[in-house]
Design a protein around this ligand. Sequence first.
Ligand SMILES: Nc1ncnc2c1ncn2[C@@H]1O[C@H](COP(=O)(O)OP(=O)(O)O)[C@@H](O)[C@H]1O
Ligand SMILES: [Mg+2]
Length: 276
Amino acid sequence: MRLDLTQISARHPAARTGAPPALRPLDLAIAEGEQVAIIGPSGAGKTTLLHLLACALPPAAGTLRVGGVEPWHLPRRELQKLRGRLFLAPQTPPLPPRQRAVTAVSAGRLPALGLWASLRSLAYPSDIPAAYEALDRFGLGDKLFERVDRLSGGERQRVGLARALLAPARLWLVDEPLSALDPTRARQAIGTLVGEARTRGTTLVATLHQVDMALAHFARVVGLRDGALAFDLPAREVTRERLERLYAQHEHELAGAPPAEEPASAAAAPAVMHCR
Ligand SMILES: Nc1ncnc2c1ncn2[C@@H]1O[C@H](COP(=O)(O)OP(=O)(O)O)[C@@H](O)[C@H]1O
Ligand SMILES: [Mg+2]
């Protein structure tokens, strides 16, 4: 799905009056089937940009086109249909506690199913082999029937990503997909995600905390700082100097080691469920 942003600006819904906009007027075009990484220090506007692309947040100004149409000019029903054709993986995946991994992953299919088939699939996941296959791609084949609130944060994050493989979406938007993963798992997960997107011709936009992963796995990297585009370049042209400028005063984020994946335990915090 192609994406076109023209002079787009955005404000966080909870921002106080007078606060600077989360995104200043920016232009960005992403072609159908392209894979793009968005990097930049905390507060740069990466999540806001993803929420705009997911049609979850209306722009404050400018023109947004998703798949050639202006989502906020569509009738409500058409807007819902468009949202069903894209996949947003929030940083904390919306996994209801007590749900089994197989059901959570199968939920990726819901937009493609009718109401009754959806309800039935929540009680009796119909395509268990497909759910297994998706989980296995993220190293979780053995967790098929595990309850998600018994998984570690990193495992839950990977369940959230495995959903993409079953989603009937032409656009994947993933927010910091590796934030809870150790370096080996992170490399595997981003390799799977980018590889699958490329094979399927699915557009992928991922915000990433790990700059090295962005440069290694994506052909195109966009740097965002203070709500503005700092650069939009082929990965091989992103020099150390550019990165140092992008992360000035946030050097620890550029140098920061990724977290070690927490061990699975029954005491793992319950997954928080977000509705949008
Ligand atoms: N919960 C919030 N309440 C008010 N303003 C917010 C909130 N979250 C984000 N913002 C504003 O939006 C800006 C961009 O935030 P965000 O898109 O989350 O950045 P990033 O994902 O790059 O860390 C922040 O600098 C802040 O000004
Ligand atoms: Mg963010």
